[in-house]
Design a protein around this ligand. Sequence first.
Ligand code: FES
Length: 157
Amino acid sequence: MLDTEATLEIAELVAEFKPGNADLIPALHKVQHRYGYVPREAMGVVAKQLRLGEAQVYGAVTFYSELRVIPPPQTRIDWCSGPACRLKGGENVRLALESVLEIGMEENTAGDKVGLHLAQCNGTCDFAPQIWVDGKVVGPLTAADTITLARELKEKN
Ligand code: FES
């Protein structure tokens, strides 16, 4: 939860933007550039400045993949949801990650140490089922490999 001081800071940050849709994405980018993500409270401030509904602002943040609703984690895991990875057991990889890390997709562990994200096929299907750890392909993975790796990442941070 951001305090009043932070809310005022965000209001100052987006004060240059004019009411309406046109400035929505630039305003959100400016907030993310400052905080590393778009905090929920900032969405309300941006909505007020642009005279838009908060749901519309939230919709934009969650629609554009370059915008984040949670802080960037120390270690980012992207789980490939593509067809080749799914066919080769990707769902078990996902379940293992969620179980060991105790989080769901688009969430961070406590202290923003490890973040788990849903990803699309990037063309490296030879390594299916796979994940990307800070952008590096790790695969093919079994559920057992995934449990070991997730435990290591959880303890490392
Ligand atoms: S389906 Fe996962 S990399 Fe292609």
